[in-house]
Design a protein around this ligand. Sequence first.
Ligand code: HEM
Length: 221
Amino acid sequence: MRNGVIMHWLAATLKSSIGRKSVMAGSGLLLAIFLFAHLAGNAMAFFGRATFDAYAARLHATGPLIPVFETALALVVLIHIYFGLGLFFENLAARPSRYEVVANSGGQTFASMTMPYTGLLILVFIFHHLAGFYLADSSTVSDLVRQNLSRPVTAAYYIFSLLALTLHTSHGFWSMTQTLGLSHPKYDLLIERLALAASIVIGTVFILIPVLVLFRPGFLS
Ligand code: HEM
């Protein structure tokens, strides 16, 4: 009986536009946490090769937790894409009542209008990134990063994709705060600026790595 009520509530929530936007915000929040954690790990590279490799070794020492984490992450990405595509097609159909909800949550900016396209660029980047890092043959993470990013074409592709990530998160972070109810006329401008600042920090710190590998020959070597 209780299960039936929960299933009914879940089905009704996932059918409503705001319910699906909540799933986008929740999965987006988990992906943002992953991004900040990955960023903090990458930032170890700025302290030199030994620190970066020691960090990677500590991460790998977590052993069986890694596949569990990877599966959960892949699931969250799939959920984010599935519901994102749903909202995208809903916007295309643009039924007035539903359109209202979407239009209120951020207005139309270049970042908001290009969300599905920047999302697709990030997805392609993740496949390329994982293939480059897991299929390559290097003994240390520092060598792996250098081996991949010292090719100018690869470094340029990273920078391009990371700019797409910056654009995607600049709208995503803000939209997430609105959906999660962190909205107040007095603080909206501040929240919008903080979301933009967070996305610029993420983009800049990630981009610094290919830039340093390309232009500072001693970096990570
Ligand atoms: C310059 C930018 C980046 C560098 C240098 C970098 C580097 C790395 C490295 C070295 C690993 C393997 C870690 C290890 O197993 O030791 C890794 C894994 C990964 N990266 Fe990145 N990364 C970058 C940007 C990104 C971005 C922007 C995303 C997502 C949009 C991303 C998603 C992932 C994922 C999903 C994994 C696999 C995590 C796992 O297996 O647990 N990376 N990255």
